[in-house]
Write a protein that binds this ligand. Structure first.
Ligand code: S3P
Length: 438
């Protein structure tokens, strides 16, 4: 276990390029492995989660190599996924394991899955129950937990599935399994989640339909699909950019620019929220690259005010609540975050971890079953000085290191190595802009 401490920081400045998006990186490897031909991926995130998905695709028979900055995936095409000869260990990667279970379930092979202690504590029935309706069999540990074995089928039943979770992982596992069904598979989401699977499947030549109806957003794939390899340009990750933006907003005198940030509306809720809080955040140079909206962001130190975050916005900023809570600690007034129950089943119980870390560092907060309320300090520096237990959660670690940078005495976090799952050069980027760590 490695500890890392942030020190109170002077103004941050500089221009950086956002690291590759984790969601799109996972999907580029998975879809590349399913496709006929060679998929070339540029800008992939070299985080541990993504590397675990790459290893998993190799275990199913895909040939993955690196050619300079480009990753190449020689897909399995009509041959299909092959039975792995060993357990597949996804480490910390929830997206990796859940999407892969959907894919492997659509081939007549057995695959055994496990992960680290965090992943082994996260719910898998939300994926495996709908897959069972599609004809996939499985055994998992009591409580719906990993390790599990997924016994796939050559005869996938197309289903229409209603999901009230706003989870792209649930939607994607079902749609990916439906690629080999005889018929159309539909997921209806009351709260639409990120749509990268749908957009990228189209890029690989699959017939995907998305429609907004009275009961929610319907996403459908036509089965017996064949995927054709394509080039994927991975845009910058808005979830990683959010950490840098908030650091600049709360550290006096800061002025930073982050280039190449994906602004997909189903991912950009954090930026809308920060602007509502009064953030001096300029979104400019907007363009479309490989079907995704991209922009550059300029963030400057700002006087923030507390707001009520609309609960229906949660899916579009689900990974950003811990860092939003840090921004809220510097605002004038209360920030209320409701409808965020899903945070309890992320890499850690993020409502609890955020609440505990705030209290330990001198910020008042209130925890509810599905909510968090943060009482802002009106720009005054929180005491800091605490040692935060992250439970191996990369986003909790980065959030509290940033709180420490803007506090009176810094913050120490444990399991700092987990930052490498999603943002391997976090410390390097922050140091380059003026942050100090020990
Ligand atoms: C992801 C979906 C989200 C998010 C995760 C990445 C994805 O999870 O928290 O970091 O790439 O599909 P849920 O779909 O479970 O909300």
């Amino acid at each position: 276990m490695s500890y890392l401490s942030s020190k109170p920081s002077a103004a941050l400045s500089g221009k950086i390029i956002a690291p590759g998006d984790k969601s799109i990186s996972h999907r580029s490897l998975i879809l590349g492995a399913l496709a006929s031909g060679k998929t070339r991926i540029s800008g992939i995130l070299m985080g541990q989660d993504v590397l675990n998905t790459a290893k998993a695709m190799q275990a199913f028979g895909a040939d993955i190599s690196q050619n300079g900055d480009i990753w190449e995936v020689q897909g399995l095409g009509p041959l299909g996924l092959q039975e792995p000869s060993d357990f597949i260990d996804f480490g910390n990667a929830g997206t990796g394991v859940r999407l892969t279970m959907g894919v492997s379930g659509s081939f007549p092979i057995k695959a055994f899955y496990t992960g680290d202690s965090s992943l082994r504590g996260r719910p898998m029935a939300r994926i495996l129950d709908p897959l069972a309706q599609m004809g996939v069999r499985y055994e998992m540990r009591a409580g719906g937990l990993l390790p599990c074995v997924v016994i796939g089928t050559d005869n996938v039943t197309p289903i229409t599935y209603f999901s009230d979770k706003g989870s792209a992982q649930v939607k994607s596992a079902i749609l990916l399994c439906g690629l080999r069904a005889d018929g159309v598979t539909t997921v209806i989401e009351a709260k639409p989640s990120r749509d990268h699977t749908e957009n990228m499947l189209r890029g690989f030549g699959v017939d995907v339909e998305v429609q907004d109806m009275a009961d929610g957003r319907h996403a459908s794939v036509r089965g017996k699909a064949s995927l054709t390899a394509c080039d994927v340009a991975v845009p910058g990750d808005p979830s990683s950019a959010a950490f840098l933006v908030v650091a600049a907003l709360i550290i006096e005198g800061s002025d930073i620019t982050i280039e190449n940030v994906m602004m997909n509306p189903l991912r950009a809720g954090i930026f809308t929220t920060l602007i509502e809080m009064g953030a001096d955040l300029t979104i400019y140079n907007e363009r479309v690259v490989a079907g995704e909206k991209i922009a550059d962001l300029r963030a400057r130190h700002s006087a923030l005010k507390g707001i009520v975050v609309p609960p229906e916005r949660a899916p579009s900023m689900i990974d950003e609540y811990p860092i939003l809570a840090i921004a809220a600690a510097f605002a004038t007034g209360e920030t209320v975050m409701e409808g965020i129950g899903e945070l309890r089943v992320k890499e850690s119980d993020r409502i609890r971890m955020t609440f505990d870390g705030l209290i330990a560092n001198g910020v008042e907060a209130e925890e509810g079953a599905e909510s968090l309320r943060v009482m802002g300090k009106s720009g005054a520096k929180p005491k800091g000085g605490a040692s935060v237990t992250t439970h191996g959660d990369h986003r909790i670690a980065m959030s509290f290191l940033i709180l420490g940078m803007a506090s009176q005495s810094g913050v120490k976090v444990d399991e700092a190595e987990m930052i490498g799952t999603s943002f391997p050069n976090f410390v390097q980027m922050m140091t380059g802009m003026g942050g100090e760590f020990s």
